[in-house]
Design a protein around this ligand. Sequence first.
Ligand code: PLP
Length: 436
Amino acid sequence: LSTEQSQRDHIKELSRKHVFTSWSAQGALDQLPLAGGEGAHFWDHEGNRYLDLTSQLVNVNIGYQHPKLVAAIQEAAGQLVTIGPGFDSESRAEAARLVSERAPEGMNKVFFTNSGAEAVENAIRLARLHTGRHKLLAAYRSYHGATHGAISLTGEGRRLGSEPGLPGVVHFWGPYLYRSAFYASTEQEESERALEHLRQTLQFEGPDRVAAIILESVVGSNGILVPPAGYLEGVRALCDEHGIMLIADEVMAGFARTGQWFAIQHWDVRPDLITFAKGVNSGYVPLGGVVISDEISATFNERPYPGGLTYSGHALACASAAASINIMEEEGILEHVRQLDEQVLRPGLTALAEQHEVVGDVRGIGAFWAVELVADRETKEPLGAEAMGRIAAACKAEGVWPLIVANRVHVVPPCVITQDEARRALEVLGSALSSV
Ligand code: PLP
């Protein structure tokens, strides 16, 4: 065995012995140990390099080991590295300023957490206390995190393992034209019928009991569902009619992923709360948070907010967020993502759909795309796990690491992927589709 192989085997053995892994049956795990990364690539201990279409869990927006971000973290580590929320800190103040300045008007405060799920927990608490109501509406096709409240809001199957969940949570169907819950055949119909369904759901739940509607501005894990024109505006109008808070969960969609700081900025909608994490500092140090409207934060001017975390506004994490936002700004990463969308991903993925019978639907925005695969275009029967596995293997054999979710390939590379790298990834994906 080479030293690289024995190092790989040693890491695997220790991991199986001592690491309890997320979402997995522990006995059947076979994971690749990673040794390094740069830009849109990572590599293993034997030097196999992969062009990454996953951004890990859709969080490494700025790419692997960005030299300026690594340097900023090193510098911050040499200063007061951790400060409790009971003292003010320069990096926390600066990160909060940079985040809130990029949010819609009138959202001037940030509560920092360590993760997306904790951001969602605190958004729920803020909305409930501000309105004095308890019910929460969330979409079936959603993922909001794995803590008690966040997994209760989550609509997809991962919720079921944690039931019974938080009382007062009600789920509804959001727009998804390709598999419309409303028998719609156009985007406009889908939007109107989804809004009517939400209106009726509110009516039957008692709108004056509903504290918040939470939705992902662009649905991520559940299929990259970009809302049709008018939908988010319609949800905002329903919220306004009934005094309900709108929570935009931007944990996955925020910070350049869609070509905006926050995905909701593609529409003319101001939410009351925005949850973020992942892309805020690409996960170089764990960090999440909630951007809070001036109205909601005013509720807690006299009355204490009954929530907190030892590491709320952690100095090192906040320094990395401030640096990351400045780097994204300096390097024009939002603009780069918009060009990637226009010039490579949108036309390239559309062409794949024309060339391959197995593609049922292609949808997305920015660097946030899904290719939905079907065994039959007429019936839309999802492509099976075995064929999906063959596609993944064919991509990996060519040095491209795809993100497979059910019958979909999510194309969510680091936002710094070059146009040439993205073209190469689509070529490899195209050949892999030919193999089924
Ligand atoms: N909300 C959304 C939309 C997410 O995609 C995720 C994670 O994928 C979360 C919340 C939970 O974030 P975390 O895993 O950091 O707790």
